[in-house]
Structures are given as structure tokens and as C-alpha cells.
Design a protein around this ligand. Structure first.
Ligand code: PXP
Length: 248
């Protein structure tokens, strides 16, 4: 059995996507976050994008005020986002790459190429007491760079593994899974806390949850979609059950 209980961070961005489709106040992502917390989420994740396409600044204010579980604040490494994070001082800050034209976070952060810049960027966040996490591909070079810049956590991008599964390309899926397995162990051996996420579903969560080094999964889109059919609480509870079963 893996030594630590695996935490589930529920990403509520896409409740805001639906709200924003009509420009009004419902459905309220903060209400979803509070419900997720009651359903057993260990944390809430929200990505404030530069274009505010889903989560907006007022949502972050409300999440900080109303949550009792930690907020994992996802953001690009921009000056604007650094100011917002330093004002709120969330439990965790996850630095993600962000491109205006992408539909979702497509790849991991290029840490190795931007090492000095990122080291300076995250220093004040760490001093403010935020746990700094870096969202990266399962790539040894990127993990080593994340370690050198002083990140405490890395979140491994599971998107390629999940996409290959959805496309029925099981050879690629298994190769991606193997890379994630090896790089979880490698990051852990450097003393980094390992998280994972992106694209995870009931079908893909268990092999990742079974990695003993992984401490937290961040899951959003699938859970919010599943909530349409089953309700948010049962969807979270089922994900939690699958995660726990994989851990035994
Ligand atoms: N982790 C990170 C760093 C992300 O950017 C996202 C997507 O916003 C997720 C996890 C969750 O991905 P999904 O919504 O596909 O479950």
C-alpha cells in the first residue's frame, strides 16, 4: 500500500465556463467548490487565465474567503498573476504555460529554457508562504530544472496519456504511462512532491493513482461533465473510491 493517502483536488473552472456562456451569475463555481469540499475534495483548483475565459478575479476573492480546504491557484508566470497571488497568498500556486489560442493547457511548462527567469519569478511566492508547483511533462530535464529553481512540487501532465487512451492508441498510452511512472519516482528521489493531472477520467485515473510517489491528483473537466448526469457529489465520491481502490 502506498504510504500516503492520495489527495483529490477538484478543478471548478468549467462551472465558470458554463456560467460565462450566458454572462450571468449561474452556475456559481464557488458554490460548486463548497459542494466539492463537502463531498470529500481535499483541495480546490482554479485557473485564472489571462483572458478570464472561465474563472474571474471575483471568483478567486470568494474562494479565498469561503473555502476551508486549500486553494491551488493555477496561473501563468506573468507579473499580473504574481501580484494577484501575492495579494491572496493561496496555499499553493501552480505555474502553467498559457497560450491565448489554446483550448486548454496543452503542454507542460518549459522550465529548462527559462530557468533563471522562473527562479526569480517564484522566489517571492515562496517567501509569501505559497507552495510552488510547476506543471511539466514527464521529462527528466524539466524535472531537474524545476528542482533547481526551488519548486517544492511538480505536477506531471497526464494529458498525452489520457488522449492516447481515448483514441484507442494503447501502445502510446502505455509508453506515456511508463514515462509518468519513471518520472514520478525520479522527481520523488530529488525530494519533490509529485502531483498529476489533466484529462483524467474514471477510466484513466487508477494507473496514475497507483504510483506510490504521487500525492495529489487535480481533476476538473471530466468531473464537471459527469456532474451533469450523476450530480457533483456522486461524481467526486466515485472518483475518490477509484483513487482509494488503486492505492491498496
Ligand atoms: N492540472 C493542471 C495544471 C491543469 O492546467 C488542469 C486543467 O486546467 C488540470 C490539472 C485539470 O485538467 P482537467 O480539467 O482536464 O481534469
Amino acid at each position: 500500500m502506498a504510504d500516503h493517502r492520495l489527495r483529490l483536488g477538484v478543478n471548478i473552472d468549467h462551472v465558470a465556463t458554463v456560467r460565462n456562456a450566458r454572462g450571468g451569475a449561474v452556475p456559481d463555481p464557488v458554490r460548486a467548490a463548497v459542494l466539492a469540499q463537502e463531498a470529500g475534495a481535499d483541495g480546490i483548483t482554479a485557473h485564472l487565465r489571462e483572458d478570464r475565459r472561465h474563472i474571474v478575479d471575483a471568483d478567486i476573492d470568494a474562494l479565498m474567503a469561503q473555502l476551508s480546504v486549500p486553494l491551488n491557484f493555477e496561473m501563468a508566470a506573468t507579473e499580473e498573476m504574481q501580484k494577484i497571488a501575492l495579494r491572496h497568498k493561496p496555499h499553493a500556486v501552480c505555474i502553467v504555460p498559457e497560450k491565448r489560442e489554446e483550448r486548454t493547457t496543452e503542454g507542460g511548462l518549459e522550465v529548462a529554457r527559462e530557468e533563471n527567469k522562473l527562479a526569480h519569478y517564484i522566489a517571492p511566492l515562496r517567501e509569501a508562504g505559497c507552495r510552488v508547483s510547476i506543471f511539466i511533462a514527464a521529462d527528466q530535464k524539466q524535472i531537474e530544472a524545476a528542482h533547481r529553481i526551488g519548486a517544492e512540487v511538480i505536477e506531471l501532465h497526464t494529458g498525452a496519456y489520457c488522449d492516447a487512451h481515448a483514441e484507442g492508441d494503447f501502445a502510446t498510452r502505455d509508453r506515456e504511462l511508463e514515462a509518468l511512472r519513471e518520472m514520478s519516482a525520479f522527481a520523488h528521489s530529488l525530494g519533490l512532491e509529485v502531483h498529476a493531472g489533466h484529462g483524467l477520467t474514471y477510466d484513466t485515473v487508477q494507473p496514475i493513482a497507483a504510483f506510490p510517489e504521487v500525492r495529489e491528483l487535480n481533476i476538473g473537466h471530466f468531473l464537471i461533465g459527469e456532474a451533469i448526469f450523476a450530480g457533483l457529489t456522486p461524481a467526486i465520491q466515485e472518483m475518490r473510491r477509484l483513487m482509494d481502490d488503486a492505492r491498496i
